[in-house]
Ligand binder design. Sequence first.
Ligand SMILES: [Zn+2]
Length: 261
Amino acid sequence: MQAQIEKLVKLQSVDLERNRLTLAIRALPSEIAQATAALTAAERLSADTSDSLTREESLRTRLERDIASHRQKTARFRTQLDSVKTPEQAAAIEHEIAFESAEAERMENEEFESLERSDAQEAALAAARANVEFLAGVLDKTRSRVEMSMSELNAQLAALTLERDSLRPLIEADALARYDRLSGSRGTGIARVENQQCTGCRMGVRPQVWNQLREGELLSCDSCGRLLYWDPAMAPAPKAPQPEHTPAARPRIPKSQTAGA
Ligand SMILES: [Zn+2]
């Protein structure tokens, strides 16, 4: 019986490790997805900043064209001023000159503001491009790290699967079927008894069960159904059994119990 218990305990530790590895393998692609999302966001910011710069540049091209046009008109009006006949004509032309000059000046101010915005955008674009480069490097490193982890974890998983396949035929069919059913529903199929309690569900075991376990039998927990065993290597210094304090006939409902056996 002791050999059977040892094999079941070993099988369970192999199965738990296989589950852990499977979850870790399944989580790996999300690291690449996260790094990709960060890079995509940085690329979008860089493209948006570059678009803003382009818009400012075309705004200035338009402003410069309009300024030149207003300046030309001003020059033309000044020439006309030389040949006016009446003070009214002169006043009207002076008015046009004032308007055209004011427009040219307003647009020059607007152009200056646009240049200041472009300075800030150029700095932002340089930072955004550096960030894109950095995050592209992060993505490359993440990809190779994930690839390496993936092959390491898969190799460990393959080794554990071999170990599992070599253990299972050595275990009695009934015990193995019980173990499989309980592992499937509760995550573990076999539990050590410690301080007269099932370590799977924390319920106390009956004194008779406790005694049989200590004789090396493989029994079932009345409460959660898991296979129970006692590990002499982990037993504390011998002390008198305390049957009065052990809940036997009506065990408490365990808090952690989630699924039916
Ligand atoms: Zn239990």
